[in-house]
Write a protein that binds this ligand. Structure first.
Ligand code: LLP
Length: 384
């Protein structure tokens, strides 16, 4: 059950809000930093998961870089003090303006997702008289065994350069004085729970792709294996900090690199996911024909994951201690049938005004929210 650091203060706040457990966030960052030192892995936080300034500051202070997917994410990172040399920039569709901006500020590398994009970056660099650092995102054709909306490494996915085009990529890189090849990038999907098997498969595929480039005379200095480490949505308290050690060990065990090659990763969810809960109040409990509905003052406008992916988030009634258990569907106020946060959940008998916590909402929560139905967006509250 979620415990607030200052329960009295929380009682008087307007809902809904995102509650950031900053102690847990710092402990999570400490864990990833310790594992990254042990296994010599360079970490770039995938800021798309959560752009909150307070998180970026802690990450920056701990020497963690940032993985961006838009020009605005690059700018936001820089505004918040991140050194451009710690920024990588991926994405299947970067506009000319975004590319030019990132090139001018001097980011570490573009993670380039197509031959077409490689030629666009080369054209912009040539026109500006600059040299762009590029890594190639190759589609490794590995199944992440996760939800189909968050799988990215299969032949049918829009991400990455198809393996059969690697030869052409080598030619472009060899012939351009404006492109500086840094290495290879992979990302097979998100919320990966079968850590050892899935990441071992990714490494196997990466090994053969790395060999291809090196055999063709291009030195692969960096190997970025993306993000994807899953979190435990069912047990956020007993499993609050994800298994960074196991993840990095698996990568090191299955991907032997030379001392002059750096291993990179880009976790998003595993860093930001568990430290945030969405706090809401019960507007009313509605008796339906077949079901009883708890109607909250938050819904898919704040947390889209259940509606979009059928994602599970643990839901707790923080005022329900000692009450009998009942079965409910928990829904939001939005005029959409999909605005149901959870079906058939057992909660203590729930009443109007009860405080509800929707757990593990730190990754892909606030960043995917909207003001649909002209609702106010949930704001952030920090435990400290
Ligand atoms: N690197 C790249 C290139 C990515 O596309 C992503 C996530 C990451 C790293 C970070 O992955 P993570 O460590 O967070 O799994 N909205 C979905 C997840 C979309 C993930 C998009 N890419 C969700 O709510 O589950």
């Amino acid at each position: 059950m979620l415990k607030f650091k200052n329960p009295q203060r929380i009682q008087n706040l307007e809902t809904p809000f995102w509650y950031y457990d900053m102690d847990l966030f710092r402990a999570t960052v400490a864990a990833v930093v310790a594992a990254s030192r042990k296994y010599d892995v360079k970490v770039h936080y995938s800021i798309k998961a959560n752009t909150e300034k307070r998180l970026v500051e802690v990450l920056k202070d701990n020497g963690i870089g940032i993985d961006c997917v838009s020009g605005n994410e690059v700018r936001w990172s820089i505004v918040n003090g991140v050194d451009p040399s710690g920024i990588v920039f991926a994405g299947v569709g970067k506009s000319d303006r975004e590319i030019l901006y990132a090139m001018q500020v001097g980011i570490a590398s573009f993670n380039c997702e197509s031959l077409e994009e490689l030629e666009i970056i080369e054209g912009i660099a040539a026109k500006e008289g600059l040299i762009a650092n590029v890594s190639l995102r190759i589609n490794p054709e590995v199944d992440a065994k996760t939800h189909k909306f968050i799988t990215t490494g299969l032949e049918m996915d829009k991400f990455g350069i198809p393996r059969r085009m690697m030869g052409r990529a080598v030619e472009i890189l060899r012939n351009s004085p404006h492109l500086n090849f840094r290495g290879l990038h992979f990302h097979i999907g998100s919320q990966i729970t079968d850590v050892e098997n899935v990441f071992a498969n990714e490494c196997r595929s990466a090994r053969s792709i790395i060999s291809f480039f090196e055999e063709n005379g291009l030195k692969v200095a960096n190997v970025d294996l993306g993000g994807g480490l899953g979190i435990d949505y069912h047990n956020p308290d007993s499993h609050a900090i994800p298994e960074f050690d196991l993840w990095f060990r698996t990568l090191r065990d299955h991907l032997p690199l030379r001392p002059d090659q750096q291993l990179h990763v880009e976790p998003g969810r595993s860093i930001a996911g568990q430290c945030v809960s969405l706090i809401s109040r019960v507007i009313l409990v509605k008796e339906g024909e077949k079901k009883n509905f708890v109607i909250l003052d938050t819904g898919m406008n704040d947390l889209l994951r259940p509606a979009l992916y059928g994602a599970y988030h643990k839901i707790e009634n923080l005022d329900g201690a000692g009450r009998e258990l009942r079965l409910y569907d928990i829904a939001g106020p939005i005029c959409e049938s999909a605005d149901v946060l959870a079906e058939d959940r057992v909660l203590p008998e729930t009443r109007r005004g009860d405080l509800i916590a929707i757990r593990s909402a730190g990754a892909y929560g606030s960043v995917m929210s909207s003001s649909y139905n002209m609702r106010d967006r949930a704001y952030s509250v920090f435990s400290d």
